[in-house]
Design a protein around this ligand. Sequence first.
Ligand code: SAH
Length: 204
Amino acid sequence: MVDTQLIPRGIRDERVLAAMRKVPRHLFVPEYIRHSAYDDMALPIGEDQTISQPYMVAIMTELLELKGDEKVLEIGTGSGYQAAVLAELAGEVYTIERISELADRAKSKLAEIGYGNAHVIVSDGTKGLEDAAPFDRIIITAAAPKIPDPLIDQLKEGGIIVAPVGERFSQMLIKGRKEKGVLIEEYHTPCVFVPLVGEYGWRG
Ligand code: SAH
């Protein structure tokens, strides 16, 4: 997966490549599609949700510029796979999921593999996580109509947020750096994520 999908498409961060070689992606997908776990695509994980394509996980993680001691917030735990990759590369990972069945599954998977620095919370992630704020990095792994204001508030000065932003069925991957209280944004690749549903996301 790393040699055929990630390196040829330009993923360069050695720490990201090492983390993605290490995290057992097959343990985060349902058993009936385990043989496809390392294929170049998103896969269903139940509850109408998906685990992102490996390349999308890699580019989003690379854009976060993690050095090792950051406190990271993820919105959209899903399978827990992205959280595991983040847990390899950062200090503490807080990951929020709105569907409790998915959160429960991800939580036991992360604990079973030994990611004690990944904390799963069931909540509406568009409101962020006041209790653990501020964050060095924030990653939204569901499609947002715009970056929720509470998340910008809970990002540290100089911090980075990465998110798919746009229409319900097509988005652009955006990287924003908070400078003097506002996000300076860069546009990366087009993408398609399941919707971010919540108070500061899509309704229903
Ligand atoms: N990062 C995941 C894939 C995420 S799919 C992985 O590695 O597998 C997007 C997830 O975002 C879905 O599980 C969906 O239920 C969740 N989600 C959507 N809106 C949300 C919200 N407001 N708060 C928290 N999670 C949300």
